[in-house]
Every structure is written in C-alpha cells, then in structure tokens.
Design a protein around this ligand. Structure first.
Ligand SMILES: NC(=O)c1ccc[n+]([C@@H]2O[C@H](COP(=O)([O-])OP(=O)(O)OC[C@H]3O[C@@H](n4cnc5c(N)ncnc54)[C@H](OP(=O)(O)O)[C@@H]3O)[C@@H](O)[C@H]2O)c1
Length: 305
C-alpha cells in the first residue's frame, strides 16, 4: 500500500494510540475541530456531516482510511438517535462509498453492543446480532453501510476499551479509588477488557497481511483481549495493581453489585465476550489474556497521573 493514511477521530482513546504507536508514512490526522490534543493542527472531519467527507477525501486521496471516530456516549445516544446514526452509520457509509470508488482500504471499529448479551459462550462473528440500545443499533448500521459500499475493508468488533488516556473505566476507577474508601462495581456483566495498544497492534498485523478476496462475512473480525471477567473483577485487578505500584496508598473496599442496583438509561449486554479465534488464526497473531495487557498499560502510566 502506498499513499496517505487518513486517521479519523485522532483525539479519541484509540485515535491517540494509533498516532503514538503506529509508525505510518504519510499519516494525516483528522479531528472534529481540526485540532489535536497537543494543540497542533489537524484536518477537520465532522462526522455529523457525512456529506462534507467526500471533499476532504478528494483532497487527501488516502490509500487507507482508519476510522477511529465514533459517537460513543452510550447513555446519551438514547436521547440523540439521529446524531448517533449520522456519525456511526451514515458517515461510515459515505467513507465506504468514497473508498469503493477510489480503491482505498478502510479499517473500521465496531462493538460488542451489536449483540444482545444473552449468549453463554463467546460470540462468533457469524452469530445473530440484536442490539439492546441506540448506540449498538447505530454501530450495527455502520457495519452494514460499510459492507454494502463494496469497499475493501476490515471491521474489528472490540469491547471494554481502555487506554492510559481518555475517559474510560480504568481512569475512572483509579480516580475513585484515590478518593473513596469503598467502591460499588457491577459484577454481573461479563466481558474482556481490551487495551487500545492491543487493538492497534492487531490492526497493524492485519495491515501487514491484508487479505485478498475476502467474502463479505469474513471482513468482520472480533478483536478483544483473551479471557474474561466482570467489571468488578477488572476494577479489583487494576486497583490491586495500582496499589502494588505505589500509585494508591491504601486499598478501598470494592463491593460487587448487580446491574439492577446501578440503573443506566441504556441497557447493556450481560455477556459481552467475543471469540477472537478467527482473527488470531487468519493473521497468525497471538492475543494474550486481558491481565497481561492491563499490566502493560498500568506500567506505561506515569506515576504522577
Ligand atoms: N470505548 C469502548 O469501550 C468501546 C467498546 C467497543 C467498541 N468501541 C469502538 O471503538 C472505537 C474507538 O472508540 P474510543 O474508545 O477510542 O472512543 P472515544 O475515546 O470516545 O473517541 C471517539 C472519537 O471520535 C470523535 N468523534 C465523535 N463524534 C465525532 C464527530 N461527529 N466527528 C468527528 N469525530 C467525532 C471524538 O471526538 P472528540 O474528541 O471531539 O469528542 C473522539 O475523538 C469506536 O468505533 C467505538 O465505537 C469502543
């Protein structure tokens, strides 16, 4: 592949990781307002305006589009369906149409929330979808729009994403653990905490081994850490690790609660474990247990944060 790489959503958890981790020639970053978190300038790509994207793409002429942008406010989406659909579905369709016409590749990310969470074994790519809320429906519509575009694409469904930066469960728990003696964390939702480092590393391996002649169905792959836990188990592991590292002077009590005890506007799947075997086999890429990647991320956070 030669030509510019356009990274959309360059300030998000995943977008920032792409910028730091991937040594890509001709990387062009885009954000909603044309600024990066370090204050430097970027291209403007506002996905609430899908019709604005072709002129940007015509100017940059990317050989690869990495779409790390998304409307990710799961609860707020219940009140902002049109906005979520524009960003997560219509804009993705517009990217796909441009890529199909101009022979560009696309890497796009989707979510465990396309499933209803009623399974009792890890979800495979071929399992029936059934989103429980607006966010999941909008992401599923994005998958469908990209598939229908005919672009040369890969869609990675990931879950429970965290990074050393950004708004995520890890950073929220570290903050609360420093402030409180007791935390209450949901223990009846099961998933695989997945670091953005893992997502970018696996995506780069896919780029190196970009498959020819894939069936449409094979273009969706599950990309999560291996193993599984609950939010409570994740909280316990990261807080204990922070304590061992001397980041927390004392361990708060972490009480396990049920989803019912922590009501949210959007329903969440109780079972979010995705089977990542297909990706590991296709790209000859080993994915470690979530605890391994958590150790790596925790070690990378400066102790002052
Ligand atoms: N976070 C998770 O737990 C999780 C789980 C499963 C799947 N995923 C998927 O993984 C991918 C990466 O998520 P993430 O965790 O990195 O999300 P994130 O940290 O919320 O970042 C999303 C980025 O998208 C940008 N964005 C939102 N609306 C936009 C718009 N209208 N125009 C342009 N940019 C816009 C945001 O810009 P601003 O910085 O300006 O707001 C932000 O930089 C997404 O596809 C997401 O659906 C995430």
């Amino acid at each position: 592949m030669s030509g510019p790489v356009l990274l959309l959503g360059a300030n998000g958890q995943l977008g920032r990781t792409w910028r730091l981790q991937a040594d890509l020639d001709e990387l062009v970053c885009a954000s909603r307002d044309g600024r990066l978190d370090d204050g430097s300038a970027a291209e403007i790509a506002d996905l609430t305006l899908p019709e604005s994207l072709p002129s940007l793409l015509d100017r940059i002429r990317p050989a690869l589009i990495i779409n790390a942008a998304a409307y990710t406010a799961v609860d707020q989406a219940e009140r902002e369906e049109a906005l979520a659909m524009a960003v997560n579905a219509r804009a993705v369709g517009a990217l796909g149409q441009w890529a199909a016409t101009n022979h560009a590749r696309i890497i796009h990310y989707s979510t465990d929330y396309v499933f209803d969470g009623q399974a009792s074994r890890p979800y495979r790519e071929t399992d029936a979808t059934g989103p429980l809320g607006v966010y999941g429906r909008s992401k599923l519509a994005g998958e469908q729009a990209l598939t229908a575009s005919g672009a040369d694409h890969l869609i990675f469904r990931t879950a429970w994403v965290y990074a050393p930066w950004g708004r995520n469960f890890l950073n929220t728990m570290l903050r609360l653990a420093a402030e409180r003696d007791e935390l209450k964390v949901v223990a009846d939702q099961i998933g695989s905490p997945t670091s953005t480092w893992r997502i970018v590393d696996a995506s780069l391996q896919a780029l190196r081994h970009w498959p020819n002649a894939l069936s449409l169905q094979d273009r969706i792959l599950h990309l999560t850490a291996s193993g599984q836990t609950s939010w409570h188990g994740f909280a316990q592991a990261l807080i204990e690790q922070a304590h061992r590292q001397g980041r927390l002077s004392r361990l708060p009590r972490i009480e396990a609660i049920t989803t019912e005890q922590f009501p949210t506007p959007a329903r969440r799947p109780a079972w979010s474990v995705l089977d990542n075997t297909a990706l590991q086999q296709r790209f000859r890429y080993n994915i470690d247990d979530w605890r391994h990647d958590l150790d790596q991320v925790m070690a990378s956070i400066p102790s002052s944060s």
